[in-house]
Write a protein that binds this ligand. Structure first.
Ligand code: C2O
Ligand code: CU
Ligand code: CU
Length: 499
């Protein structure tokens, strides 16, 4: 198959993705972002009594990421990724998820505070041809959440092929803030993913043991499934709702003009106040909301820059080169302002109130040590043999084992310890937590909101505090796991029940 001109251009983008002289190389090539950013459509619900009912169908398809080259993909209600589900706090929501794939799947609502039976983790399998109908009430703050496959041992592959979408929650408190909310116009969702392609167009997945150990990395960046995208803005102020939907890559986002990012939201809520920073690290599963003000005819590129945070601790005999830090500069998206409706308002600084819990309120502390103990053993390539390779507290995930029970109504500290040479994004289902401290130091300013996923660097310990206020169910567990999907699939996951 011949490689088209457009994919050649994308290839050029990657060629300059090698460290340095990137800015000059990019400035020299006006055509680095030739493709209009795709915006996932908003899914219109049907109304049934007081319920909003959303229909999703997971089905195989083909996607033309590069001109004339078809990639076999899977998506919800389309070829790749899914529509955006938008709800309000207080809504009663039902979903009808049909599995039109030849394989089993599940659909997990990442970030949602809902009962375990509706959570869509590995126990809620949807058989081919069948429909799963969870329902729940939205009892949480305005935020950008998401949904994705969570099939035991195959989450990485199903998400890679396209089974993910956004789940937006709005509420009165955030509406009152005068933030942009016109979806696709000044409120722009960005699902950032990286992929590798074979010459025939198929995704290249798990072709080396490195993909499993370090996590899968691609050399092509997709944003909402668009290669080398630009977006044309029509309002002066834009809100970017960013999901790192990658299997394992951590991004260090920044603007190519050196101006600060204005960060207003984290995973499960807005921040208490906006934060200005040149760079923002975002791990797999994490979300961030950014504001950007543009001037007429201005162009700003959102990039991912190298960072060296993770090279602190190389274990004996372990390869460190770029295993988890960013060693590359990657172009993500070009923002283009043509004609602009201007506004005359300062960036908001004070935002919302977020509940917080003090360490003294916690009934107990649990510790979670992430293990890659069997690193370097053979036979771990391919899905089948990876089961026992990784774990938490010395044990790989087992579907039949509940790791512990949390009493309903209790507040707990969970301390995540990382003695491995990689950064891991630790995620907990069913709740939103606050970050209490990182190696005893206060959380990062961009973490001063509710979160469900937190980066834990090599050699660090992070403590989070969680209130388990609802939804006891002694039978059905919630998961906690590393959100590097290859690690999760290899067993770096566990399960708890709230009783
Ligand atoms: Cu986003 Cu258990 O996952
Ligand atoms: Cu989750
Ligand atoms: Cu991990």
């Amino acid at each position: 198959m011949t490689i088209s001109r457009r994919s050649f251009i994308a290839g050029t983008a990657l060629a300059v993705a090698a460290p340095f002289k990137v800015n000059s190389a990019i400035a020299a090539d006006e055509n680095l972002f030739p493709n209009a950013l795709r915006i996932p459509p908003l899914l219109q619900p049907a109304l049934s009594g007081d319920k909003k009912v959303f229909d999703l169908v997971a089905a195989p398809g083909k996607s033309e990421f590069f001109d004339g080259i078809l990639t076999p993909t899977i998506g919800f209600n389309g070829n790749y990724l899914g529509p955006t589900i938008r709800v309000r706090a207080g809504d009663h929501v039902a979903l009808r998820v049909k599995n039109a794939l030849p394989d089993q799947t599940t659909v997990h609502w990442h970030g949602l505070h809902i009962p375990a039976r509706s959570d869509g983790g590995p126990h809620q399998i949807i058989e081919p041809g069948s429909v799963w109908e969870p329902s729940f009430e939205i009892r949480q703050k305005a935020s950008l959440c998401w949904y994705h496959s969570h099939l035991m041992g195959q989450t990485g592959e199903q998400v890679l092929r396209g089974l993910a979408g956004l789940f937006l929650i709005e509420d009165d408190e955030s509406k009152a803030l005068d933030l942009p909310v016109d979806y696709g116009v000044d409120d722009i969702p960005l699902v950032i993913q990286d992929r590798r392609f074979r010459r025939d167009g198929r995704f290249d997945y798990l072709s080396s043991m490195h993909d499993v150990m370090a996590g899968y990395k691609g050399d092509v960046i997709l944003v909402n499934g668009t290669v080398a995208p630009h977006v044309v803005l029509r309002r002066q102020r834009t809100r970017l709702r960013v999901l790192n939907g990658s299997n394992s890559r951590i991004y260090t986002l920044g603007r190519d003009d050196g101006a600060d990012l204005v960060i207003v939201g984290s995973d499960g809520s807005l921040l208490e106040q906006s934060v200005m920073q040149r760079r923002l690290r975002l791990g797999p599963g994490e979300r961030a909301e950014l504001l950007i003000d543009m001037e007429i005819d201005q162009q700003v590129r959102l990039m991912s820059y190298p960072d060296v945070v993770n090279t602190r601790q190389a274990g004996p005999g372990m390869m460190m080169g770029g295993m988890s830090g960013n060693t590359e500069t990657l172009p993500i998206l070009e923002l283009r302002a043509a004609r602009l409706e201007t506004i005359d308002r300062a960036m908001p600084t004070k935002l919302i109130r977020v509940s917080s819990w003090s360490a003294a309120q916690a009934a107990r502390t649990r510790t979670f040590t992430l293990d890659m103990a069997m690193m370097g053993m053979g036979g771990m390539m391919g899905r089948g043999g990876m089961g026992a390779a990784m774990g938490i507290n010395g044990r790989p995930m087992s579907m039949d084992r509940i790791d512990f029970k949390v009493p309903l109504g209790s507040t707990e500290i969970w301390e995540i310890r990382n003695t491995t040479p990689l950064t891991h994004p630790f995620h907990i289902h069913g709740i939103q937590f606050r970050v209490l401290d990182r190696d005893g130091a206060p959380p990062l300013p961009q973490e001063l909101g509710l979160k469900d996923t937190v980066l834990v660097d090599a050699g660090s310990a992070v403590r989070v505090i969680i209130e388990f206020s609802d939804y006891a169910d002694s039978e059905r567990p919630y998961m906690y796991h590393c959100h590097i999907l290859e690690h999760e699939d290899a067993g770096m996951m566990g399960q708890f029940v709230v009783v």
